[in-house]
Design a protein around this ligand. Structure first.
Ligand SMILES: [Fe+2]
Ligand SMILES: [Fe+2]
Length: 299
């Protein structure tokens, strides 16, 4: 049995005081939005409760699918690095970036330099300035395949993109891991399918990503970005591919959005087939405790 914990979108707070020079363009609207609204939603005390509950489960590995920061201020990355280290060492925690981690063009390289060792594959060059995606980490019977959909976008947009090079490499990694008979978990920030209501925050080349999954398969795709628990199935070569989303790990309980939560994926091989049980845990309506919400088998 291998237990993979998945949390996402901590949107860490408090926000460091920005320099005036940092509040240009998209960051200005993002800063106003944070001060007016988002700082009331994403709370550090909520995140601490969720992480404490997650750690009490003693998972074998933790996956984090992005949006650690908010408006990509330089000071946010160092705070996020400290938070990552409190979660676990780079060998035990795998990270992919979200759109808020590459909020503006001038900051899109910071996650490479500040968080690179949480995103490098087992065989990657540790001295390289930039992390290569997809990365591949083998942990027990699992292949953790990390993608980056984090690209800067225009104000009021939160789209993501993988690009042709990354999707082409992904196809090869999925095939080689299938030959090794590993349970392939794909980590991505953006969901592969967005409703029309969420058009402004879609994965723009989601159709290409879905085509790769359909031809090459995966045992599980995990994502964040939409800040809700979700499960859909996409077409795969032999069996459907479960696609699992989690809420933000720091959201306060409110009537207008999901409360903070995370998933535990309990994976084992049984009689020549994979068995994967998902345990969803989340904050109670009074915000005081983290409890089990549901338990389902996927695959
Ligand atoms: Fe987010
Ligand atoms: Fe996001």
């Amino acid at each position: 049995m291998f237990v993979l914990a998945h949390l996402s979108d901590p949107h860490l707070s408090p926000l460091p005081r920005p320099r005036w020079s940092e509040l240009m363009g998209k960051r200005a609207t993002g800063f106003v939005n944070w001060r007016r609204n988002r700082h009331l939603i994403h709370r550090s005390e909520v995140l601490a409760r969720v992480v404490a509950d997650l750690k009490a489960s003693a998972p074998d590995h933790i996956a984090v699918t992005g949006d650690l920061v908010n408006i990509s201020l330089v000071g946010e990355y160092a705070l996020a690095r400290t938070w990552l280290e409190s979660l676990g060492p780079p060998g035990d925690v795998s990270l992919v970036p979200g759109n808020h981690d590459a909020y503006v063009r001038g900051a899109a390289h910071h996650f490479h330099s500040q968080w690179g060792d949480y995103m490098r594959g087992d065989e990657a060059n540790n001295n390289a300035c930039e992390v290569e995606f997809p990365f591949l980490r083998r942990r027990g019977l699992l292949a953790l395949i990390g993608l980056s959909s984090a690209v800067p976008s225009a104000p009021f947009m939160a789209t993501g993109r993988l690009g042709d090079e990354q999707t082409t490499r992904l196809a090869g990694v999925l095939d080689s891991c299938r030959r090794e008979q590993l349970f392939r978990v794909v980590l991505i920030h953006h969901p592969p399918v967005s409703s029309s209501r969420r058009h402004f925050k879609r994965l723009v080349d989601g159709a290409k990503f879905r085509a790769v999954l359909k031809e090459h398969g995966a045992e599980l795709v995990i994502h964040g970005h939409d800040h809700v628990h979700s499960l859909i199935y996409l077409a795969g070569p032999q069996h459907p591919v479960p696609v699992l989303g989690v809420p933000s790990a720091s959201q306060t309980p409110r009537p207008d959005h999901a409360s903070a939560g995370y998933n535990l994926c309990r994976i084992e091989a049984q009689a020549g087939a994979w068995h994967c049980e998902i345990v969803s845990r989340g904050l109670s309506p009074d915000g005081e405790t983290v409890t089990e919400i549901k338990r389902i088998s996927v695959g």
